[in-house]
Each structure stands twice: as C-alpha cells, then as structure tokens.
Design a protein around this ligand. Structure first.
Ligand code: ADP
Ligand code: AMP
Length: 274
C-alpha cells in the first residue's frame, strides 16, 4: 500500500468540513419548512431507440444517478399481461405481433404514473414512450400543464443488423425489468437474476420473426418522434453500437455530466459535494 501523505489528510479534512457545512445547510432547510430540497437538479428525459438498442440497460443507471423514476411502458404492459387483466390480454396479442398498443391507453398509463408515483417527484426517465407523434404530443401537453417541460430526448442509434443477436440473446427478470444477455452480459448464475436469484426468462416477442415486425413498426411509427424532438431543440443522438460503458459516457456527455462514474455516482454527488 502507498504511504499516506499530508495532502491526502488535508483533502480528507476539507471533505469533512464541507460535509458538515452541507449537513447544517440541509438541517436548516428542513427546519425552515422547505420540503423538497433541490439536492440534484430535476431531470426529465426520454430514451428513444429500436428494440435492443440498450434503453433498458442504460435507464437504471440514469435513474440511480439522478434519483428519478424509470418508467418502461413495455414492463408496465408485461405486468398487466402477467396479471391477466383485460388490458393485459389485449396487449399480449398486439405485443406478440410486434404492433403498438393504442395511444390513449399508453398516454393515460404514463399520466397516471407521473401524477401518483412518488419516485417521479424529482424527475423521470421514460423508456419506450413516446412511440408515436401522438404520444409525444400527449406527453407535451401533460408536462406543459405542470410547467415541467422535457429536458432531453436521447436517441440510441444503431443499425438494425446488430439487433438480432441482442434481442435473441436477451434474458429478463420479469419483476424488476432487469435485462441480461446470454453472451454480452450474462448473469452470474445461469438463468438467475443477480439480485434476487429468481429465474430469468426470454420474452415471447424476443425472436427473429417478431423482431422484424417490431423494427418495421419502429421505423414507420417511432422514427418520426425523433424529428418531433429535433424541432424542439432537445434531441441528442448517441452511437448505441458501442459497448455499454461507452454508451453510458456518451449519455453523461449529453447531460454535461462529464465526471467519472466512480467519483460521482455515490452519496457525495447526491448531497452536492462532487
Ligand atoms: P431495449 O431496452 O432498448 O430494448 P436492452 O437494454 O434490453 O434494449 O438491451 C437488449 C439486449 O442487448 C440485452 O440483452 C442487453 O444485455 C444487450 N445490450 C444492451 N446494450 C448493449 C451494448 N451496448 N452492447 C451489447 N449488448 C448490449
Ligand atoms: P418494449 O418492452 O419497450 O420492447 O415493448 C414491448 C411491446 O409493448 C412493444 O412491442 C409494444 O407492443 C408495446 N408497447 C410498449 N410501449 C408502448 C408504447 N409507448 N406505445 C404502444 N405500445 C407499446
């Protein structure tokens, strides 16, 4: 182990002083009745990209870093399918054919979450929504009503040819939506979720044939959403064919958040010290 230096000790003392000052500040704000201290700037963003682009892989990292909610409409629909609700039964047919569930249903689903889910108080990341221009317009009007406009629309760009192997090798943990890949991101134990140890499954729509339909649905109905956000000046495109770590760095670049993950993803960044 390297010897301890005076400057390391000074750095630590400095950090402790800053920490104390920050705790005092937070206590003061709490006592003065400020209920929502803006420890991190509120973040509202969407991830756009074809199936397999990496939305579900990157979203949890964004969620953790900015303490915001992650709403994945595909996961929400799969929960309905699992519960065998009327919506779930209807949605399953559409999902297995690679089509889209109706705009009204999806807009209401998102509105309900944004209105009631406390995890979304500090912002949100939408994954798989909006998938049509009508959904984008619906989202805009609900956000305008709250004066909380979207900040970023990030497009994960990747050639269709690379998606077959990503989709056919994908494994998911249904309860959390966590995704793995048989080759690119295998679980620690075969077919088991790293966190809960529960079984992983392959989605019924994750096969080469349904993927073809999902991709044409994407190009026909979702690609225009990119143009919609380009005209609003909040679009950014990212090369999603890179490895996940590079994709993550590119995303941080869009946020102007260039600090390395090791030093800034922890408690210090959350309390505003890094
Ligand atoms: P999406 O949510 O956009 O449909 P996922 O995040 O579920 O896509 O990723 C699809 C599959 O590809 C998953 O099995 C995931 O582990 C894998 N994957 C995600 N990002 C990458 C990447 N950058 N390189 C290689 N494989 C990836
Ligand atoms: P995903 O998990 O994002 O790949 O979504 C799986 C399937 O759910 C899609 O192929 C669609 O059938 C349906 N779906 C998910 N999100 C939406 C949405 N915003 N609008 C319509 N259908 C959706």
């Amino acid at each position: 182990m390297a010897p301890i230096t005076d400057s390391q000790i000074d750095d630590l003392k400095d950090l402790v002083h800053k920490l104390e000052a920050r705790v005092h500040d937070l206590e003061h704000r709490l006592e003065s009745g400020e209920t929502k201290p803006s420890l991190v700037e509120s973040m509202r963003l969407i991830l756009i990209g074809p199936p397999g682009a990496g939305k579900g892989t990157q979203a949890p990292r964004i969620k953790d870093r900015y303490c915001i909610c992650h709403l994945a409409t595909g996961d929400m629909l799969r929960a309905q399918v699992a519960k065998k609700t009327p919506l779930g039964r209807e949605a399953k047919k559409i999902m297995d054919q690679g089509g889209l569930v109706s705009d009204d249903i999806m807009i209401n689903m998102i509105k309900n979450e944004l209105d009631t889910n406390r995890e979304c108080e500090n912002g949100f990341i939408l994954d798989g929504f909006p998938r049509t221009v009508a959904q984008a317009e619906g989202l805009d009007s609900m956000l305008q009503a709250e004066s909380k406009p979207l900040k970023h629309a990030i497009e994960l760009q990747i050639d269709d040819g690379l998606l077959v192997s990503r989709i056919t090798g994908r494994l998911i943990h249904p309860a959390s939506g966590r995704s793995y890949h048989k080759v690119f991101n295998p679980p620690k134990e075969t077919m088991k979720d790293d966190v809960t140890g529960e079984p992983l499954i392959q989605r019924t729509d994750d096969n080469a044939e349904t993927l073809k339909k999902r991709l044409s649905t994407y190009h026909e109905q979702t690609a225009p959403v990119v143009g919609y956000y380009k005209t609003r000046g909040i679009w950014a495109g990212i090369d999603a064919s890179q490895d996940p770590e590079h994709v993550w760095k590119s995303i941080l670049g869009v946020f102007g958040d260039s600090k390395t993950t090791s030093s800034s993803s922890g408690i210090l960044s959350k309390i505003g010290l890094r």
